[in-house]
Write a protein that binds this ligand. Sequence first.
Ligand SMILES: Cc1cc2nc3c(=O)[nH]c(=O)nc-3n(C[C@H](O)[C@H](O)[C@H](O)COP(=O)(O)O)c2cc1C
Ligand SMILES: [Fe+2]
Ligand SMILES: [Fe+2]
Length: 399
Amino acid sequence: MPAVQVKPGIYWIGVNDRTTDLFEGMWPITSEGVSYNAYVIDDEKKVLVDMAKDLKSDALLDQIAEVFDPAELDYIVVNHMEPDHTGVTRTMHRIAPKATFLCTKRAVPMLAGYYHLTDQVQVVEDGETLDLGAHQLQFHITPMVHWPETMVTYETTQKVLFSCDAFGGYGALQGGIFDDQCDDQAFYERESLRYYANIVALFPKPVIKAIEKLAGVPIDVIAPSHGLVWRKNPARIIELYQKWANYALEGPDVGVTLLYGTMYGNTEQMVEAVAAGVTRAGVPLDIFDVRHIHTSYILPSVYTRSGVLVGAPTYEGELFPSMAHALDMIARKRIANRKLAYFGSYGWSGGARREITEWAEKLKWDLAEAWEFQGGASSADLARGEALGYSFAQGLKGE
Ligand SMILES: Cc1cc2nc3c(=O)[nH]c(=O)nc-3n(C[C@H](O)[C@H](O)[C@H](O)COP(=O)(O)O)c2cc1C
Ligand SMILES: [Fe+2]
Ligand SMILES: [Fe+2]
């Protein structure tokens, strides 16, 4: 893709990644892709804001060369050290030997650790400004959005915020880079929530703090390092991030995520009955088969909804393993204060029910009901399952 002007003298460059299957080695992006956006500023001082993963680095250099010779770079701003933005650091250092890397104090040992880069590194302080000629940069330290060394960079004359991971999302760019060029904004919003729930959600307070810190800063363009550049409606993505961060502080929406797994279909038959009960109560419901659906897609639902129904059989005296895996990932993401109910089929001894009580304690969730039934459900069992779904959902409404 060619370099694209964002504002006079400010250009988007970047790498569209449709090759990587698992972002961070964990989160599927095979069908969605992701972009690593970077930006150049062409002024008396030449600047590169953020870099990219070590992928298609030749194309990245060509994009810079459309604006100016990369060897002329004076500064490379390192907002965040994660290698999806810094993978080409050594290449850039070789090609632009006079460029100074600007970063927070906490990034200094990381630049040394990851890339053995110790010279040409300059620390910036919170609020510090740097005049480039016609443009001016201002640095705002935003720890834990996404790592402890993270900052965002604001261009004061054109009011462009280079926010790196903040306000980013999965989803490769599809021809256009701007929100107003995109006819499927819902895709990017959905993929931004998935990205948020997978990657950022563990740190809601730092996200709120960063948004509060930037509240007084007039913003014309949000230029993140993943996904769309928001110039038509930058407030939209800020609002969404604020709403998502608030879920962790103020609690989720009324709604149910039903997670299930099954070996022979007995538990699955009950899923239909329980789901009918939830729907009769008029409560929104998402259903995921944990055997096939990656937790990346499950986390946004669990993160935004107040109730989790777990349907899974007993396997070797314990909970069906793919369900344990899903719950483990949810526990690692520390999604707190949910209401939980369990149902599942067993053959002779049961055991999943006991393990679910342990998960409820570990997750610090309120276990409303845990019900094991033997083998295939009778019609009385199915009626009980429907009633379980109904009363669980009603309980979420506070009725
Ligand atoms: C490999 C395997 C291990 C199992 N281990 C147990 C067990 O330890 N205790 C038990 O009560 N049932 C056990 N079962 C029986 C299942 O829990 C039972 O068949 C149940 O009805 C399966 O529900 P599903 O049709 O939803 O998969 C096991 C079944 C399999 C295939
Ligand atoms: Fe990151
Ligand atoms: Fe990133």
